[in-house]
Design a protein around this ligand. Structure first.
Ligand code: DX5
Ligand code: ZN
Length: 221
C-alpha cells in the first residue's frame, strides 16, 4: 500500500506567524500545502484569499493545493494560479458548468479537483470522472476546521473507488475534514490517496512529528 500524500491545512496555523508555519511545513515530510479559501457565501465563514496565498507562496517549497469554497470559482482560478497554485479544487455544488471549469483549471497547467459536500452523491461524478485529477471528499461540512469526522465518508470512498476502477480513471481520492491518527489508517485502507489535516497537525505539540506519523500511518496499522 502506498504512503498517502499528506496535505496539512494552513487554516489551522497561526496566521500571525505564517512565515514560520510555512517554513515548518517545508522542513516536514508534508507533500502539499492545503489552502482553504472561503467566501462567506458558499460557506458561512471567510478565511483568506489571493494576497495571503501569494504571501504563503513566497516562502513555500511545497506545491500549493488551493481548495476554493466559493461561489462561481471560475472567476478566480487564474488569479490563484498566478500566486502559485499547483492544484485547484472547486465544489460540485458551486459550479453550473463543472466540465468547463475543470478544463479551465487544466488549461492553466494545474491539477483539477472536484470537492463534494457530505450530502452530495458520488454517482453524480460518473460522466466526468475521467476529467477529474482528484476528488476531494468532504468528511465534514465545509467552512470550519476542527469539526467531527463524518463516518459515512468510508462508504463514499468505496463508491468513488468503484467509479474510478469501472472507468479506468486515474483520479486521486482526497479526504478533507476531521482527519486524525485514528481514522487515517482506515481511510488509506479504504482507498484514500491524499489526507488533508488541519487541527490535528497544528494543534499537536510537535506538528512535524504529527505530519510524519500521518505519512507513515500504514506502518503501524
Ligand atoms: C474545512 C476545510 C478543511 C479544514 C480541515 O472547510 O476545507 O480543509 O481546514 O480542518 P480539520 O483537519 O481541522 O478538520
Ligand atoms: Zn479544505
Amino acid at each position: 500500500m502506498n504512503k498517502p500524500i499528506v496535505a496539512p491545512s494552513i487554516l489551522a496555523s497561526d496566521f500571525a506567524n505564517l512565515e514560520n508555519e510555512v517554513k515548518m511545513l517545508n522542513n516536514s515530510v508534508a507533500d502539499w500545502i492545503h489552502i482553504d479559501v472561503m467566501d462567506g457565501v458558499f460557506v458561512p465563514n471567510i478565511s483568506f484569499g489571493i494576497p495571503v496565498t501569494e504571501a504563503i507562496n513566497r516562502h513555500a517549497k511545497k506545491p500549493l493545493d488551493v481548495h476554493l469554497m466559493i461561489e462561481q470559482p471560475e472567476r478566480y482560478v487564474e488569479s490563484f494560479k498566478k500566486v502559485g497554485a499547483a492544484s485547484i479544487s472547486v465544489h460540485y455544488e458551486a459550479c453550473k458548468h463543472l466540465h468547463r471549469n475543470l478544463q479551465q483549471i487544466k488549461d492553466l497547467d494545474c491539477m483539477a479537483g472536484v470537492a463534494v459536500n457530505p450530502h452530495t452523491n458520488i454517482g453524480l461524478l460518473r460522466d466526468i470522472i475521467k476529467d477529474i485529477d482528484f476528488v476531494c471528499i468532504m468528511s465534514v461540512n465545509p467552512g470550519f476546521g476542527g469539526q467531527k469526522f463524518i463516518e459515512n465518508t468510508y462508504s463514499k470512498i468505496e463508491a468513488l473507488k468503484r467509479l474510478i476502477v469501472d472507468h479506468d480513471a486515474k483520479t486521486l481520492i482526497q479526504i478533507d475534514g476531521g482527519v486524525n491518527q485514528d481514522n487515517a489508517p482506515k481511510l488509506v485502507q479504504a482507498g484514500a490517496d491524499v489526507l488533508v489535516a488541519g487541527s490535528f497537525v497544528f494543534n499537536s505539540s510537535d506538528p512535524k512529528h504529527t505530519i510524519s506519523d500521518l505519512k507513515n500511518v500504514m506502518n503501524h496499522a
